[in-house]
Design a protein around this ligand. Structure first.
Ligand SMILES: Cc1cc2nc3c(=O)[nH]c(=O)nc-3n(C[C@H](O)[C@H](O)[C@H](O)COP(=O)(O)OP(=O)(O)OC[C@H]3O[C@@H](n4cnc5c(N)ncnc54)[C@H](O)[C@@H]3O)c2cc1C
Length: 384
């Protein structure tokens, strides 16, 4: 994508984010409240619909644009975790939805009338083993009847639509776990109280995550995305985009932490000189910077391959792991550089530290990425 356009996007997003300072995020964090004003501002400015085609009311831009938006949000000290799912679930509808579904949902999402922020994949018993999920959808005339449970379904209380992965064909002997799964688009405005129950889960950071229960929930058959039984492939194809976008967020976090650490080290004076003059302070920041830059390059490479239509599974996974490691390293260094002040709420560092820690585990944990690389890239035996 044109670097000038990317720079313009970054500049405009940074300008918007400047209206949401540390005090705003601290207040929300204390109350575990959702950043509605922030998400509304991003939506109204069109930043959350950059991936929607122009003819359907969106920006018609490639994934690089979404990555630039999310990276800049994190780099500005804000938290894209409140709304990033709309970017990465979009591909499921764009690539596999029918023309009628796109027409029905995408212009309304672009106008900000509909929110598509909930993504229901993980279940309490299956965890990382997505193919073992148990939530069942049974076709009954013109609708599916859904029963089961999801966990960690983030933003469910702040979304109108949920992209939901369910089992439509029971597992039988010899069948692969990843077969027989399907994607449904659940309109939660109608579903809550009619078979769908949402229960918030309090976590170490403010992430609006929940568990959701399906109890004979009826979902119109026309809300099936693509073909029945091919849902795992659809979700998997979206997961590369998800990993790249989360990696871009982590790069943004790392930049924020490094900027903060450099600024503080230059201005904090003990023993009669700025602490930045000590190599023991300077080198860990320089190392974090080097690792961030390497991760940033891998994000660019993953975006390049994704946008050229090539297979980008390895690069998306590498980018996610390297960027999550870089952001957590930078977070740790930033706290250390600040000494005691790193733990004080008003500096925002401890909040961002908690927020960026998540990406060692979600949306895929580091071990699972290493297993992917070991098996699919290096050709070693599957370990599980
Ligand atoms: C705040 C938050 C928000 C989330 N939001 C969403 C969301 O919106 N939608 C959604 O669907 N999910 C969401 N998730 C779920 C997230 O994707 C999962 O937590 C993640 O995939 C790990 O699954 P698990 O928690 O079940 O861990 P488990 O699968 O139980 O794994 C536990 C530990 O064991 C390790 N492990 C497991 N299997 C292996 C193996 N074969 N080899 C080596 N190590 C292994 C893992 O690496 C991990 O460290 C969210 C999670 C959190 C915490």
């Amino acid at each position: 994508m044109d670097p000038e356009l990317i720079a313009d996007i970054r500049g405009a997003v940074a300008q918007l984010c400047a209206n949401f300072d540390g005090g705003y995020w601290q207040r929300l964090d204390r109350d575990m409240a959702y950043p509605t004003e922030f998400v509304t501002a991003l939506t109204e400015a069109g930043w959350l619909s950059v991936l929607i085609p122009e003819e359907l009311g969106g920006g018609g831009l490639p994934l690089s644009a979404a990555a630039a938006v999310l990276e800049e949000i994190q780099r500005s000290g804000c938290n894209g975790g409140a709304c990033h799912a709309q970017m990465y679930t979009m591909g499921t509808i764009l690539r596999h939805g029918s023309a009628e579904q796109k027409q029905r949902y995408l212009p309304a999402i672009a106008r900000g009338e509909l929110r598509m922020q909930a993504f229901g994949v993980t279940e309490p018993t299956s965890g990382s083993n997505t193919g073992a999920l148990r939530t069942r959808a049974v076709l009954d005339g013109d609708h599916y009847v859904v029963n089961g449970q999801k966990i960690w379904t983030s933003r469910a209380e702040h979304s109108d639509l949920m992209v939901l992965l369910v089992r439509t064909t029971p597992l039988t002997d010899g069948m692969k776990h990843t077969e027989g799964l399907s994607v449904l688009l659940v309109d939660m405005r109608e579903a809550v109280g009619n078979g769908l129950t949402i229960r918030p889960i309090r976590t170490m950071m403010n992430h609006a995550t929940t568990e959701v229960f399906f109890d004979d929930l009826e979902v119109p058959a026309e809300n099936l995305i693509g073909d029945e039984g091919r849902g795992f492939r659809y979700i998997l194809s979206g997961m590369n985009a998800e990993r790249i976008l989360i990696a871009a967020e982590c790069v943004g976090d790392a930049k924020w932490f490094i900027d903060k650490a450099v600024a503080y080290a230059g201005q904090r004076s003990v023993f009669g000189r700025p602490i930045a003059e000590h190599q023991g302070v300077q080198f860990p920041i320089a190392r974090a910077y080097a690792n961030m830059r390497a991760a940033e390059l891998m994000v660019s490479e993953a975006l390049r391959r994704y946008e050229s239509g090539g297979d980008c599974g390895a690069e998306a996974n590498l980018a996610k792991m390297l960027a999550a490691d870089a952001s957590f390293e930078a977070a740790n260094v930033c706290i250390q550089t600040h000494g005691g002040f790193g733990f004080a709420e008003e500096y925002d560092i401890e909040r961002k530290f908690r927020e960026t820690r998540l990406y060692q585990v979600a949306p895929i944990s580091t071990n699972l990425i290493l297993s992917y690389l070991g098996e699919h890239v290096l050709g070693m035996p599957r370990s599980y």
